[in-house]
Ligand binder design. Structure first.
Ligand code: GLA
Length: 752
């Protein structure tokens, strides 16, 4: 790994363990061009790849074809208004109303380590190296520092941009994306993730077409609908084969990620803050820090990309006490009681939970102010002692006495029109004067760009946390931003609101985890609308979706696990019929699916069937047996229900390849068919492994194998034997037909 500048060749070369990224300095103009990104290469002179000598685009600034040149040159950070007519990364508005910028090379610096991004979440690491290239527009004085960091133990590259007004008068930044990449291949497919409430991060793949394609959010958060991620895949890429470029924005607000295929079949991919609703005033000397993008390149398909992101995020993004620690198995009362609870009800749940091995009670929405339903009281963060008689401390002490930790729900960013807070401060909600702001779930968003608002909300939350032994917070956010107006911002800074809002959320969460370093924070937004790497910097886990149905979760978790480590996915076993889709699935299957995440329960344990309740201790055993492997291992996707509409399979392999866990879910049974063949991945071909099935009824492992005389549909009796890793990966194993729909099993694979 290393970053070098080759003076003679005028090439910046960033080498990770397996990839190279090359930037060419085109001396004649001072432009920097993108020369190469992909598998590691040896040559250092790559300027020929920028095509500067290719007719008819002659390499002279004064030549008659400057625009033709700019319109095809692979610019490393394309600017607006000078003749590169493809999508650009940056534009301004000057005092005279002009929008163009032409950024030329000024200097570079190579640092050991990785500087933090002021006010923003970002990857970190001592074992990193950073290249900073400074560019300048001579007319406006606007400067841009392009940051590129690489890590000793990762193939990812972190890019970001800092813009500075080094001119004499204020300018408005009207667009500033974080990264752009120009590539030649014609046959890329674009992988994005789309969704809705209760249906987040479904994977979509389409051929890249001429013109624009992409994803975006102007909802003030990363959103249920799109995800701040782009994957460019060579045609036909699978989990194990094909080239993949990943672009993941470490940001939780409005974003745009787009791909543009141009007239020469070249592809430009870019990602950053959405320019819509964005305009940032930069006074002389002021700087703007754009968020970070994590680039990855894999030549071994999507699986390799997933593992690169997982390792990077586990090692270099997630922080705090719970970074590598087992998370307590929690029981959350939301689906159990909704708003209808009191301390007696919660204690009854806690009592049974403790008896059955659950480790933490989380009190969800409804414990504060006059919050009897979702129409009121957000902002009134005072315990409702009519509901919780004896107060919060009394309840928490009793829960603790049962041997359980205690967690609590907040929605700190919101204000209900029917709340004391709103009656006192009606101007604290984001709104446009004289325009009636729209409601969503009957609530407004607080104008957190105002310091006094942040102060008050933080103090209210802190007072609750200080009042009892609270060890977990679920930080929710249940509506999107609209009617954008802040009383605190002057007219020419209203375009700063959305980004300032995100910065404010980051500031609040940073303050929270600094003040409560032992707190386990779980972010949430109407389920998974703010599941993004930005939030992961503050909370090691994020609620994945309000949809807890085991089958719906297969696709949601598949999309999420494509980029995020399983240790970050909030996943619970809930009651049936499922509250979102009405589906009835076996209790054990709900457990297997939740095991792929943080694991917990979201049901009334006092009311579920005896049979289900009795399975909880076995599931608790299952969690403790396998969770650390799931949380820290390498993830391999073997089959996708979203693709085959029949079954789902994935496995986790420990770093030493001595142990693995296969989860197999047979969604729909079919009559008269062969057993399903699954080819394993990630094992050591030369090692021998023994396979065991986890028996949920006993909590024991029983050997898994094949018997010649097993009857169809019957459970296959075991035959003790071992298999070489190469056999398991090439020839595969046969998964017994499971009787019924929505069935599943866990296979534990251990090297002998
Ligand atoms: C959101 C969350 C749920 C629950 C409710 C409470 O929808 O995603 O898990 O906390 O809010 O109102």
């Amino acid at each position: 790994m290393g970053i070098q500048f080759f003076e003679n060749e005028k090439i910046f070369k960033l080498d990770t363990n397996n990839t190279s990224y090359c930037i060419a300095l085109v001396d004649a103009f001072g432009y920097i061009g993108h020369a190469y990104y992909g598998k590691k290469i040896s040559d250092t002179d790559l300027s020929y790849l920028t095509r500067i000598y290719e007719a008819p685009y002659v390499p002279s600034r004064n030549a008659r074809d400057k625009l033709s040149f700019l319109d095809s040159f692979p610019m490393e950070y394309p600017t607006h208004g000078i003749g590169d007519f493809r999508e650009d990364c940056i534009s301004v508005q000057t005092q005279k109303g002009h929008s163009a910028l032409e950024l030329g090379f000024v200097r570079y610096e190579i640092l050991n380590g990785k500087p933090a991004l002021e006010g923003l979440p970002a990857t970190f690491g001592d074992n990193a190296q950073t290249l900073i290239i400074t560019l300048r527009d001579t007319v406006t004085g606007v400067e841009a520092d392009l940051y590129y960091s690489i890590f000793e133990d990762s193939d990812a590259i972190a890019r970001s941009v800092k813009v500075r007004n080094a001119g004499d008068e204020a300018v408005y930044l009207t667009k500033v994306l974080s990264a752009s990449l120009d590539m030649d291949d014609k046959d890329f497919e674009l992988l994005t993730m789309h969704g809705s409430w209760a249906r987040e991060r479904h994977i979509s793949r389409n051929p890249v077409n001429y013109g624009f394609q992409g994803v975006s959010s102007i909802r003030g958060e990363s959103s249920h609908q799109h995800h701040p991620f782009l994957g460019l895949l060579t045609k036909g890429t699978t989990q194990q084969t094909g080239e993949v470029y990943g672009f993941h924005l470490v940001y939780s607000g409005n974003f745009t990620g787009m791909v543009y295929k141009g007239q020469f079949d070249n592809v430009r991919a870019m990602i950053g803050i959405n320019a819509e609703d964005f305009c940032w005033k930069l006074e002389t000397g002021e700087e703007f820090q754009a968020p970070e993008v994590i680039l990855t390149y894999s030549e071994q398909g999507l699986g390799e990309m997933s593992r690169t992101y997982h390792d990077l995020y586990r090692r270099h993004l997630i922080r705090g006490e719970y970074k590598d620690k087992t998370r307590p198995i929690l029981i959350n009362n939301w689906e159990a009681t909704y708003f209808n609870f009191d301390e007696t009800k919660l204690l009854a749940i806690a009592k049974d939970a403790a008896k059955y091995g659950i480790e933490m009670l989380v009190m969800d929405d409804g414990w504060f102010g006059n919050r009897c339903d979702d129409n009121r009281a957000l902002g009134d963060w005072f315990v409702n002692e009519d509901k919780l008689k004896g107060g919060l401390k009394n309840l928490v002490d009793q829960v603790n006495a049962l041997g359980l930790k205690f967690g609590i729900w907040f929605e700190p960013e919101m204000i209900s029109p029917d709340s004391d807070l709103y009656r006192e401060h009606p101007d604290w909600a984001i709104a446009i004067p004289d325009r009636e702001a729209g409601l969503c779930r009957n609530q407004y968003v607080l104008d957190l760009t105002r310091k006094e608002v942040r102060e008050e909300i933080f103090n209210r939350v802190a007072a609750v946390l200080d009042s009892a032994n609270i060890e977990y917070v679920k930080w929710d956010m249940n509506r999107q931003l609209a009617d954008l107006g802040s009383l605190a911002l002057p007219a020419d800074r209203q375009g700063e609101l959305c980004h300032r809002y995100v910065l404010a959320v980051y500031e609040l969460q940073e303050r929270l985890i600094s003040r409560y370093p032992h707190l386990l924070l779980e972010n949430c937004s109407g389920g998974g609308a703010r599941f993004d790497p930005g939030m992961l910097y503050y909370s090691p886990q994020i609620w994945c979706s309000d949809d807890t149905d085991a089958i719906e979760r297969l696709s949601i978790q598949e999309g999420t696990a494509l980029i995020y480590p399983l240790s970050s996915m909030g996943a619970h076993v809930s009651d049936c019929p499922n509250h979102t889709v009405g589906r009835v699935t076996p209790f054990e299957t709900r457990g297997y699916v939740a095991l792929a995440g943080t694991f917990g329960y979201e049901l009334d344990i006092t009311k579920i069937s005896e049979e289900d309740r009795n399975m909880i201790p076995k599931q608790v055993e299952m969690y403790h047996k396998y969770h650390m492997l799931v949380a820290n291992g390498d993830y391999y996707r073997l089959a996708s229900y979203g693709e085959n509409h029949y079954h789902d399979a994935y496995m986790i392999v420990d770093k030493q390849k001595t142990e693995a866990l296969l989860t197999y879910i047979q969604v729909i049974n079919r009559p008269n068919r062969h057993s399903a063949k699954i080819r394993l991945q990630g094992l050591d071909p030369k090692k021998q492994y023994r396979l065991c099935r986890f028996d949920i009824n006993t909590g024991e492992e029983v050997s898994f194998g094949y018997s010649k005389d097993a009857a169809p549909g019957a459970s296959v009796s075991a035959r003790e034997r071992t298999y070489y890793g190469d056999t398991l990966m090439q020839a595969g194993i046969l998964m017994d037909n499971l009787w019924g729909d929505f069935k599943g099993c866990l296979i534990h694979i251990k090297a002998v």
